[in-house]
Design a binder for this molecule. Structure first.
Ligand SMILES: C[S@@+](CC[C@H](N)C(=O)[O-])C[C@H]1O[C@@H](n2cnc3c(N)ncnc32)[C@H](O)[C@@H]1O
Length: 217
């Protein structure tokens, strides 16, 4: 059954529906896909023919594209976002991209705070620049719910910085502090890695990575 969105979610959806093309172009120019692919390649992630992966708040699909560029081929990758226009661009890119297994990617409209999936469904969640729109506690709790115990969450937040402060104004979100992220993540996850992108890569100016492993529901 369709759910009526809260005002702030509906504003976020309208905002990203409007800027989807520009946001996608900016992500391409920034080289986020390659930066994320290089990081993911360095991890010892293994998938089998039943593995399910979620790109939570996928936008136009840059993180899913990076994940597929890194050579990972789970059974299905689900790209979920509020913005229909972003998902249309994502689907188009998946279909045209030679490094991407488009047949096994689904683009789904949804809210990360009410994911339409059963408990303990996913083997990996990737999420970049989305928890900044919601309560960190509610978002991480929902990711913990749908992840299998022992599965990983690759969390790519906006890091507190001057660039982060500019992005807060441009994109109308709220950066979470590193201390808050570590404290709240620790309720469900073990922090198994912290990663800073090289300063030569534009993603490193605003983003970092927490590699988390679900320890409890
Ligand atoms: C800064 S963009 C990041 C998109 C993508 N992950 C990337 O790295 O390019 C934030 C995205 O989060 C989505 N978003 C914000 N709140 C959301 C929510 N509650 N549920 C699902 N998606 C949400 C927006 O529609 C937008 O596409």
């Amino acid at each position: 059954m369709a759910r009526i969105l809260e005002t702030s979610e509906s504003e976020t959806q309208t905002f990203y529906d409007r800027i989807a093309d520009v946001h996608n172009l900016a992500m391409k120019i920034n080289g986020y896909r390659t930066s994320v692919a290089n990081y993911l390649e360095s991890l010892n992630l293994t998938f089998d023919k039943n593995s399910l992966v979620l790109d939570a708040g996928s936008g136009t699909g840059i993180i899913t594209l990076g994940f597929h560029s890194a050579g990972f081929r789970p059974k299905k990758t689900i790209a979920l976002d509020l913005s229909i226009n972003s998902l249309k661009i994502a689907r188009d890119q998946f279909e045209k991209d030679e490094e991407t297994d488009a047949e096994n990617i689904c683009a789904v409209q949804g809210n990360i705070l009410q994911l339409p999936f059963a408990d303990e469904t996913f083997d990996l969640v990737l999420t970049c620049g989305v928890l900044e729109y919601v309560s960190l506690e509610e978002g991480l709790c929902e990711f913990a719910r749908i992840l299998k115990t022992g599965a990983k969450l690759v969390l790519i937040p906006v890091k507190p910085s001057i660039v982060g402060s500019v992005l807060e104004i441009l994109y109308n979100f709220k950066t979470h502090s590193i201390e808050e992220t570590e404290e709240i993540a620790g309720r469900w996850f073990e922090i198994v890695g912290n990663y800073e992108f090289p300063i030569t890569e534009p993603i490193g100016w605003s983003k970092m990575i927490f590699l988390l492993e679900k320890s409890r529901s």
